[in-house]
Design a protein around this ligand. Structure first.
Ligand code: SF4
Length: 736
């Protein structure tokens, strides 16, 4: 168990925000906490964005909760309370709901920022203590479509199946719907180095973002049409005879099923659907196919669609048909967004999953995890509702909710409706660091520890498991989420099985994950300290790898093993050498994919329109996203003075022609109206966006809340809402 005193100052730790999980040092000097550069950490090599550099402001006690709050039934206001009282109220109300309405009337909502230990404990708490099937988390709104497509195609989903380190050494990268120059700026250097090495970068985005400005080629399709764009590119690959027939024959299945839709999307049709001119499409194909190696990386653009899984599948098809997968320096990857978006989806807080990335409906998975938990497999609930469906059911058959580290009042689609659902609950308990817009609606609010005040593991977008160490002492009035779950479990009759020490939880997580796709059983806290991160899968029991063709030169990741048969449908494991320690697996799929037959699967997908198309009443497309100085719902970053000064509020980005048409100038308030509501924010006029599209960042509540407008139409597989496309109209407006 690592306390601050175990490491000489500055304490080596990681940023509290995004999935890059930049390494940083934290030095404490007379009560003042300062960020110290860590050039030795391979992912960011010392670089940090403004969010990371200013993160110590989150520790400012004035900006955060330091005592529990319980809503006074007489005044209706939240008032300070003791921990004993607050926990007693929660336990009593959850028990009361269960007694009156059954276990599934209590729901649990987690977050993609929770450590692996917390995500694991939360999933176990829901299923063992509450016995509810109703648990999901806000990571569903992040990369779930890429996860679903990755699992379909490769048998396992790990955001990047290769380290970031490989990007500068490939020949071409297609970056689809990612503005990483703003969302994770230190990652931009990988793409800069790619270009310095003679490689090329293609960015696909309806906006000319800071990332697109770095590209050799920028394609700006109409939002929601990138599936057609991928089909059109693959059409040209086929007609130009550039498919890799040997790879298709030896390492894939399903090409014949995928091919008809590809052949039906000839370039001129794709131009009509996407707005991307045929010559640009041809140039993209040439750039992608000319070098020996190439990659496609997706982010929220193609993923946050009601056809997100199919859209990502179409981009994976492009990689498979050209033989650019399952070998070094080539492949498909997803740039996960949330801090522990990757680990958060592996350890059981998802509606349909158990720890180790196991399928909750799989009898063998249930038996394995039930044994670790000391319960009968049949006692484990069945899969429950996905995030939006769960939130939409609040106040219906779900009467009580316990929520950790999430702020759906700002981040959920159709947010006014979700806010109203939250208000309609019989009982809402929220554990958070700050009084977020969602916490402000709660009956009980618990103040919990945050990143630098606690130790825990996270898994970054590469599948690199990291130890984020405690660097400062938490305020006396707060407790960790693990304490909260342990206390509540005891009050609800489960005295054992919920340790409060994160390393003890991790030890159990290791056993629960053993043999699963995301196998952590060979990873220990000690190794994470010594090796500065280990890539999963990393099974225990003396397995070592054969050095892969990349010489195993992955800082912090050990060598990359060649794979053999995958256990339990899991990712490939290495060749066995008894007695040795598994080094972790920086690169997946080098010899085989993690499907039962070892072959990658093409997706038979075709283009279809967005769930909500533009029409005479709503003639403009709205797309949403993030800005440099804010993070997700803004609950943290809006409380950091420097960040708030840099990005103080929402805006509506629109093209001059559109601005002229509705009669607004720079800075004028614009009302954006969809079928779900109305938001007002100042106009920001630029030629760097399509004239048929407007963009709003989603970090704010109030009249500029972008998610008031967004469409909760769900992807049938991933249950991802269509954040990236909805139909709106624009009007000049006065701020309310
Ligand atoms: Fe933190 Fe992400 Fe910025 Fe790195 S890029 S400093 S992890 S917010």
């Amino acid at each position: 168990n690592l306390a601050p005193s175990d490491t000489a100052p500055p304490t080596l730790t990681h940023c509290p925000y995004c999935a890059l999980q930049c390494g940083m040092g934290l030095a404490v000097d007379g009560g003042r906490v300062e960020v110290v550069e860590r050039a030795d950490f391979p992912v960011n090599r010392g670089a940090l964005c403004g969010k990371g550099r200013t993160a110590p402001a989150l520790l400012d006690r004035a900006a955060r909760l330091t005592e529990p709050l319980v809503r006074d039934p007489e005044t209706g206001e939240l008032a300070p309370a003791s921990w004993d009282e607050a926990l007693g109220v929660i336990a009593g109300r959850l028990q009361g709901t269960r007694d009156e309405h059954g276990a599934d009337a209590v729901a649990v909502f987690g977050g993609g920022g929770l450590t692996n230990e917390k995500a694991y404990a939360l999933g176990k708490f829901a299923r063992v203590v509450l016995g509810t099937s109703q648990i999901d988390y806000n990571g569903r709104f992040c990369m779930s479509s890429a996860a679903a497509a990755g699992r379909k195609a490769f048998g396992v989903d790990r955001g990047l199946p290769f380290p970031l380190e490989d990007i500068p050494r490939t020949g071409c990268v297609i970056l689809v719907g990612s503005n990483l120059a703003e969302t994770m700026p230190p990652a931009l250097r990988y793409f800069t180095e790619l270009r310095e090495n003679g490689g090329t970068l293609i960015v696909i985005d309806p906006r000319r973002t800071k990332t697109a400005e770095q590209a050799d080629l920028h394609l700006a399709p109409r939002p929601g049409t990138d599936l057609a764009l991928a089909l059109g590119m693959l059409h040209l690959v086929v007609t130009q005879g550039r498919t890799d027939e040997a790879f298709i024959a030896e390492r894939t299945t399903g090409w014949e099923g995928a091919r008809p839709a590809v052949m039906a999307h000839w370039p001129e049709l794709v131009e009509r659907i996407t707005g991307v001119p045929v010559p640009q499409l041809r140039r993209a194909v040439e750039m992608f196919c000319a070098p020996e190696n190439a990659m496609v990386l997706t982010a929220r653009g193609p993923e946050q669609q009601a056809k997100g899984t199919d859209t990502v599948g179409a981009w994976i098809n492009l990689c498979l048909a050209t033989g650019r997968a399952g070998r070094p320096l080539s492949g498909y990857g997803c740039l996960t967004g949330q801090g522990n978006g990757q680990g958060g989806r592996e350890h059981g807080q998802k509606a349909d999953q158990l720890p180790g990335y196991r399928d909750l409906a799989d009898p063998a998975a249930r038996a394995h995890v039930a044994e670790v938990w000391g319960v009968a497999p049949e006692s484990l609930p069945r899969p429950g509702r996905s995030a939006y469906e769960l939130l939409d059911a609040l106040g219906g058959d779900i009467k009580s909710l316990i929520l950790m580290a999430s702020n759906p009042v700002v981040s959920a689609p159709r947010a006014a409706h979700i806010e109203e659902r939250l208000r309609s609950l019989d009982f809402l308990a929220v554990a958070d660091v700050v009084l977020s817009e969602t916490a402000a609606l709660a009956d009980v609010v618990l103040p919990v520890t945050q990143w630098a005040e606690e130790t825990g593991t996270l898994t970054n977008l590469e599948g690199r498991v990291l130890l984020r160490r405690r660097a400062v002492t938490a305020p006396s009035g707060v407790r960790s989420d693990l304490d909260v779950l342990s206390e509540l479990a005891a009050r609800l009759g489960v005295e054992k099985g919920f340790p409060t020490d994160p390393e003890e939880v991790f030890e159990e997580l290791r056993r629960a994950s053993a043999g699963g796709a995301a196998d952590y059983s060979g990873i220990t806290y000690r190794r994470l300290v010594e090796e500065d991160g280990v890539f999963w899968p990393c099974p225990e029991n003396g397995e070592t790898g054969t050095v892969d063709p990349m010489d195993g030169a992955v800082p912090g990741g050990g060598t990359a093993p060649k794979s053999t048969k995958a256990p339990d449908g899991a990712a490939p494991g290495p060749a066995k050498t008894p007695g040795a320690q598994h080094p972790g697996t920086p690169r997946l799929f080098l010899d085989r994919f993690a499907t039962p037959d070892g072959r990658a699967r093409f997706a038979a997908v075709t283009h279809r329109p967005a769930a909500e198309e533009t029409d005479a009443e709503y003639p403009v497309v709205l797309t949403t996203g993030r800005v440099l100085a804010q993070y997700q719902s803004g609950a943290q970053t809006r409380r950091v003075p420097e960040l708030n000064a840099a990005a103080p509020g929402p805006f509506v980005q629109l093209h001059p022609r559109l601005a002229d048409r509705i009669g607004v100038g720079e800075g004028d308030p614009v009302a954006v109206v969809s079928r779900r509501g109305r938001a007002v924010a100042p106009a920001r006029i630029t030629t760097g966006i399509r004239a048929d599209t407007v963009f709003m960042p989603f970090h704010w509540a109030g009249e500029g809340r972008a998610n008031t407008l967004t469409n909760p139409a769900l992807d049938p597989t991933s249950r991802m809402p269509e954040f990236k496309v909805c139909a709106v109209r624009l009007e000049p407006a006065a701020h309310r």
